[in-house]
Design a protein around this ligand. Sequence first.
Ligand code: 13P
Length: 336
Amino acid sequence: MAKSALREIGEKLVAPAKGILAADESSSTIKRRFDAIGVESTEANRRNYREMLFTAKNMSQYISGVILYDETIKQNGASGTPLTKGLKDQNVIIGIKVDGGLKPMPGSAVEQYSEGLDGLPDRLAQYSKLGAQFTKFRVVFTVGAGTPTDRCIEENARTLARYATLSQAAGLVPMVEPEVLMDGSHSVQECQDATKRVLSEVFYRLVRDGADLGGLLLKTNMVLSGSEAKNRAVSREVGERTIQTFLDTVPASVPGILFLSGGQGDDEATVNLNACVNEANKAHAPWQVSFSYGRGLQAAPQKAWRGLEANKEAAQAAFLERSRLTSLARQGKLPR
Ligand code: 13P
């Protein structure tokens, strides 16, 4: 059977040794990141920061694609050329965040749903014209007393399935992102149970809605202990539980699974990725296992940059070094 165009793009995004840079922070999220380094979140500063990342030389050794935010995909660099040009010049595939952010789930004190389906076909057509080849839509789940609820899982899974089929209809590879949040003191077992319930519902809905599973990617969390748990699971256990959960729930026709870093420390994010890849190899898993990191690739360059043009090269070097280490982990070759 001929490979679909969507599958071809999906496979390029999870090419050996490569993964994705998630640089799609919303205006409020990038403001929080900039606040932490004492930089004002102006349009010019956001542009300078992202231009610094996208023009880092030879990033395509490690990075197959970059996820952008609405402002960025339409933004010009300091010299007046579109920011996307630096990426295209390096053969980096352009992606775009299309969810509209998190909103409190009516009737729930803690759970959230994601906006973004309204008007989506028109936005997809516009992003395709601007050069995007893949899209991302994120929903989240909290692990706690009585959560995630079946209602939250069903509602968010339905949203992801609708989004995925609309994205595919527009010729854009959907990166379906259900994230079980790390916040809290829950055990690794509780994270595994929640992740399993979420992923099985998401794929049930994708299949029912007729999504082409070979032409989409899954972006999701590793199975981790809560960030405030007393005895946090070590990387080997994280790898075993994560890959077992995927084997139980993710169909073999999906080309790749990419992790978000989700607030793990830089080293934690690479060591755990390395363990997951090794477990996937051991199990002869049918899908590629890779990364789509935001914080895991950007915390170091943000600290080095601090809003100053004079720090640009040091920040690019920090970004490339995190990318190199994450790429090693993506191959299961991280030095111990
Ligand atoms: P983190 O790697 O910082 O979790 O961000 C990835 C992402 O795109 C979340 O939607």
